[in-house]
Design a protein around this ligand. Structure first.
Ligand SMILES: NC(=O)c1ccc[n+]([C@@H]2O[C@H](COP(=O)([O-])OP(=O)(O)OC[C@H]3O[C@@H](n4cnc5c(N)ncnc54)[C@H](O)[C@@H]3O)[C@@H](O)[C@H]2O)c1
Length: 146
């Protein structure tokens, strides 16, 4: 199944927040489309466990990841290289929260940071910059056989 004009067959996709919900569904669809998938989340739900031990057993890997930690984001690339032999082709920055009690605009208890922004806004930016700063040229060189 193509996603728009972008076929996923043989691509490597990183999906954050894929331990549950919408992103887990995307990970499932990506595997069905022939992709290899890094399922990145703080934890797996029961549905996520079921997927990983069933349909995703061959083509998906769960990696424990807190998207607010740069080292955890970097590790996703390392796991893709180790497990699937290359850097990821596709990043789905799906991890997100909506006004949880521990990071809430109306009842602000955080002194230095606003975790909701770190998760919902900064993590997609970090993931993109991390990739093009550290891996883009490597991927390009590999593609060109240099
Ligand atoms: N469900 C909806 O109707 C809806 C509508 C609009 C937007 N969204 C957004 O889409 C996204 C997915 O929605 P969902 O309903 O599947 O929610 P969900 O809660 O099932 O999935 C979010 C996932 O993000 C993970 N996550 C949260 N913080 C994380 C962190 N620091 N590091 C790694 N993973 C982390 C959670 O563990 C969870 O598995 C969310 O950002 C949500 O706000 C959902």
């Amino acid at each position: 199944m193509p996603f728009g004009d972008f076929p996923l067959k043989d691509k490597i996709a990183v999906v954050t927040g894929a331990g549950s919900g919408i992103n887990l569904s995307f990970a499932q669809l990506a595997v069905q489309a022939g992709a290899r998938v890094i399922v990145a989340d703080l934890k797996l739900t029961a549905d996520g466990e079921k997927f990983m031990s069933g349909e995703g057993a061959k083509a998906a890997r769960f990696v424990k990841c807190d998207v607010t930690e740069r080292a955890d984001l970097e590790n996703l690339v390392k796991v893709a290289e180790r497990e699937f032999g290359d850097v990821p082709d596709v990043y789905i920055a799906g991890a997100g929260v909506f006004e949880p009690s521990w990071s809430n605009f109306w009842d602000d208890t955080e002194e230095d940071r606003y975790a909701q922004v770190d998760i919902n806004v900064n993590h997609p930016i970090k993931q993109v910059t991390l990739h093009y700063q550290n891996y883009y040229y490597l991927a390009s060189s590999t593609t060109q056989g240099l």
